[in-house]
Design a protein around this ligand. Structure first.
Ligand code: ARG
Length: 466
């Protein structure tokens, strides 16, 4: 790269002294916004074509700009171009290099636009690209969950409320609860994309431009579904970034809950699952340890995404129209949110189908804690008792079981009849774990055949184009 690239700022003609070196570094964003180089070039290519279409650039000028930008892109991707803090941000770095390469025509590229609408366009293009990469990762994780749910449709485990044994559920049913959360997350992301995919370019600095621009043509070239209706809003709106980060915070909240269960379940106390070794690490001091680092980290990373949401909301709070330099602070929280979400989803999508369920242990765990007590109460209601009376009778049976160390299914018929004389030999069908889950046989219930039906619906959903 030639040293001319470090020429004084393009915008410095009105100044009588050059920018303080510290201020230059303090106000620069090239250290992080170079991430959007592709989108910046993409936006410039479309802008130049539009300027040519409306007669502001002639064919030769357009040709020079297209070739020049192509070379800049190549220089960036091959690591030849060094970013300059003097050129402040990605927009000016690229334009300065273009001008070095093609000469005076490079200076015409910025006709009819401002960095204000340029940066807004770049962020939207960037975020749209990222959303389009995130969607298949969500689907991949969902596929893993459905696969696991099908495999474990008949596996019995304790279901919890208050983290106390409540009623037996099937492992597959539990996995499909996570599937449902991700389904809503995906729906929300697709909805968010609609508001991301709107073109700000043409807003120029804030008021629009005096050139006869064709914004609909630019939008078409860049694949935007709509053209921003108001130039002041176009340069200053960052709702879409807040909305995405809010979306990410909700996704991370879900993944943190999931993580928490995986951490608990892989402990020596639960032993419900085995996470593959490649997702765990050992301890530097305790030789027996296998730590569930991946879910722990995802749980921990949720905090930084919540923080980014708060940063962006606070960044935008009370900002007057239109663009303010404050907005340069939108990028780092947004970029880190994208990285965190992509990493977390990737880890989960790889890990979930690879985990093993220890069926015998989950079964025995479900047997402890009188998980079929509600089944006995429902049985007594079917035999004619009022629910509150049956609740009382079963409570006494459980109290007896706690003293004697027997599960309800292990008590003799005589003992059970001591709590309610309506109990007959058929009671044992409802007291087994298999009977308990099979009885919850309705849409959305935990019965294995309902889980398999839900798996079939989930597969249909996954087969649809996103
Ligand atoms: N680097 C700036 C940002 O990220 C680009 C826009 C600068 N506009 C301006 N008027 N200073 O927001």
């Amino acid at each position: 790269m030639s040293n001319q690239h470090n020429q004084e700022k393009l915008s410095s003609a009105r100044f009588s002294e050059s920018t303080d070196a510290f201020v230059e570094a303090f106000t620069a964003s090239i250290m992080f916004d170079h991430r959007m180089y592709k989108q910046d070039i993409q936006g410039s290519l479309a802008h130049a074509k539009m300027l040519n279409k409306v007669g502001v650039l002639n064919d030769q000028e357009l040709d020079e700009i297209l070739r020049g930008l192509d070379q800049v892109l190549h220089e960036i991707e091959s690591g030849q171009l060094q970013w300059s803090i003097k050129q402040e941000d990605i927009h000016m770095n690229i334009e300065a290099r273009l001008t070095e390469i093609i000469g005076v025509t490079g200076k015409k590229l910025h006709t009819g636009r401002s960095r204000n609408d340029q940066v807004a366009t770049d962020i939207r293009l960037y975020l749209r690209d990222e959303i389009d990469q995130i969607q298949p990762e969500i689907l991949r994780l969902q596929r893993g969950l459905v696969e696991l749910a099908e495999r474990e449709a008949h596996t019995i485990m304790p279901g919890f409320t208050h983290l106390q044994t409540a009623q037996p559920v099937t492992f597959g049913h539990h996995m499909l609860a996570w599937f449902e959360m991700l389904k809503r997350d995906l729906e929300r992301l697709q909805d968010c994309r609609k508001r991301v995919n709107s073109l700000p370019l043409g807003s120029a600095a804030l008021a629009g431009t005096t050139y006869p621009i064709d914004r609909h043509y630019t939008a078409e070239l860049l694949g935007f579904d709509r053209v921003g209706e108001n130039s002041l809003d176009g340069v200053s709106d960052r709702d879409f970034a807040i909305e995405f980060t809010h979306w990410a915070a909700t996704l991370m909240m879900h993944l943190s809950r999931f993580s928490e269960e995986l951490v608990l379940w892989s402990s020596a106390q639960f032993q419900f699952i085995d996470l593959p070794d490649r997702f765990c690490t050992g301890s530097s001091i305790m030789p027996q340890k296998k730590n569930p680092d991946v879910p722990e980290l995802v749980r921990g990373k949720t905090g930084r995404v919540y923080g980014h949401l708060m940063s962006l909301l606070t960044l935008m709070k009370s900002q007057p129209l239109a663009y303010n330099k404050d907005n340069q602070e939108d990028k780092e929280p947004l970029f880190d949110t994208v990285d965190t979400v992509k990493g977390s989803l990737r880890a989960f999508a790889d890990m979930i189908p690879a985990m093993t369920v220890k069926r015998e242990i989950t079964y025995q765990a479900a047997k402890r804690g009188f998980s079929t007590a509600t089944d006995l109460a429902d049985y007594l209601v079917r035999k004619g008792l009022a629910f509150r009376d049956s609740h009382e009778a079963v409570g006494l049976a459980v109290a007896h079981g706690i003293r004697s160390g027997e599960d309800l299914s292990e008590m003799s018929l005589e003992t059970l009849q001591g709590f309610c004389n309506k109990i007959e030999a058929d009671v044992y069908q409802v007291l087994t774990l298999e009977g308990s889950v099979a009885a919850r046989n309705h849409f959305g219930g935990t019965a294995p055949n309902q889980v398999l039906a839900a798996v079939a619906r989930a597969k249909d959903y996954l087969a649809q184009p996103a």
